[in-house]
Design a protein around this ligand. Structure first.
Ligand code: AMP
Length: 433
């Protein structure tokens, strides 16, 4: 169904068309008609599926179908776990609602609260908030939630992971019971199900894609490599021209800083985002990456959760995430809205158990590859160069063997190869195909 057939307000259809969307995504097709009717929605959708428009469009339709934007007290509240997501969603609301003159405000920690208090006093229609800062504002009587008609809880599973759920419950208690509640989560855990049972009225359950299956448009590569060689391997890969916009993940803040420092040292334009940096630094790094000023953005899981950057060509997991769910979220940064993308994971020997956990989670076995042209021996300081050869072994059954089969890579000897930077043309190893 095209956007024009949903019965959305005309200015909203114009807003969507101005954003360049022609065909609704699956979650939009399923959620918009039900949400326009005022039904509660429980959306289980991975990142990159277009879920923001799926809740923002019906929300604005219901808010402004009867009366124009008044810029007084918030009629819609969107809760989201990270500052970057709050900014991103606020931009989407303002973008889709541009012809309705919607006033949206993002409130989040790490920046001055006084400015936010002032902005709230001057009146808003939609508040997008991280839970901690919103509670602060509530305790200062700077925001009133008594007029909220539509409540959205985005990334509910992450709210649990990050320990925000008690705050979220307090906030919900301050919102009128007569409301529409839309909740989105990438995974369907028992606690998320319990949460919806507590706060939603017979929600329409919409599940897009299989719960644990990474997005089909992303080609995934696993490169076994020693810890000592990871930076050399990254630099080697960056020599390939088509890696033009690369998001590198590090498990720790310290690691993210170190990688970005070393990249800069090697003349690669890089910036980092993590919770140890100020909000201004984080936003400047993100904006610079979006604008193409930085070719590489190094991020931790929390800082990059849900980030929506157009045209990320590659995601590189410099280390294997400790939580299998984070793997899905990391690789979901590329291949957004059906664009093709590549995700490469560096795995050192001690990270193999994490990788096996991911395999179990997504119910797939990975194919181990070696990066063609990368001199594993030289990088290790050995004198003999490594010969590479093509691996035609099928994916099935190799995961558990990985540690054994790739002992050669870890010791700098012979290894099978693949071609980084040419991945997009190689669809044979793409999952789900
Ligand atoms: P989201 O999952 O909401 O973060 O959206 C992921 C990306 O898809 C964003 O870059 C959106 O701008 C884009 N997007 C959302 N809906 C559509 C659509 N119907 N057609 C094309 N792109 C879309």
């Amino acid at each position: 169904m095209p956007f024009t057939k949903f019965g959305l307000l005309d200015p909203l259809v114009q807003g969507v068309l101005a954003a360049g969307y022609v065909v609704p995504t699956e979650i939009q097709s399923q959620a918009i008609p039900a949400a326009i009717e005022g039904e509660d929605i429980f959306g289980c959708a991975q990142t990159g599926t277009g879920k923001t428009a799926a809740f923002v469009l019906p929300m604005l339709h219901r808010m402004f179908g009867r009366s124009a934007a008044k810029h007084t007290q918030a009629k819609s509240l969107i809760l989201t776990p990270t500052r970057e997501l709050a900014v991103q969603i606020e931009r989407s609301v303002s973008g889709y609602g541009r012809f309705l003159n919607v006033r949206a405000l993002a409130v989040y920690g790490g920046v001055s609260i006084d400015k936010q208090i002032k902005q709230l006093r001057s009146g808003v229609d939609v508040v997008v908030a991280t839970p901690g800062r919103l509670l602060d504002l509530m305790s200062r009587q700077a925001v009133r939630l008594g007029h909220v008609e539509v409540l959205v809880i985005d990334e509910a599973d992450r709210m649990f992971d990050m320990g925000f759920i008690a705050d979220v419950r307090k906030i919900i208690a301050a919102v009128p019971k007569e409301r529409q509640t839309m909740l989105f989560s990438a995974t369907l855990s028992k606690e998320v199900r319990q949460f919806t049972a507590d706060f939603q009225k017979q929600p329409r359950m919409i599940q897009v894609g299989r719960e644990h299956n990474p997005i089909e448009t992303i080609t995934q590569h696993i490169y076994p490599v020693t810890k000592e060689q990871k930076l050399d391997l990254l630099l080697h890969m960056l020599e390939y021209k088509d890696m033009d916009s690369v998001l590198v993940f590090s498990r720790t803040r310290h690691g993210a800083d170190k990688i970005s420092r070393k990249l800069k040292h090697a003349d690669v334009n890089a910036a980092s985002i993590h919770s140890g940096r100020s909000q201004n630094q984080r936003q400047a790094a993100l904006d610079g990456f979006k604008a193409g000023k930085y070719r590489v953005l190094v991020a931790t899981d929390i800082a990059a959760r849900g980030l929506n950057v157009e045209g990320i060509s590659h995601v590189i997991n410099y280390d294997v995430p400790a939580f299998a769910e984070d793997y899905i979220h990391r690789i979901g940064r590329t291949g957004r809205a059906s664009a093709l993308g590549d995700a490469v994971t560096f795995v050192s020997r001690d990270e193999m158990p994490y990788l096996q956990r991911i395999e179990k989670f997504i119910d797939r076995k990975f194919v181990m590859e070696a990066c063609a042209g990368f001199n594993y021996a030289k990088s290790l300081g050995l004198t003999k160069p490594v010969k590479t050869e093509k691996s035609d072994k099928p994916a099935a059954g190799r995961g558990k063997q990985a540690n054994k089969s790739f002992g050669s890579v870890y010791s700098g000897k012979k290894a099978p190869s693949s071609r980084p930077g040419k991945h997009r043309k190689n669809t044979s190893r793409r999952f789900g195909r």
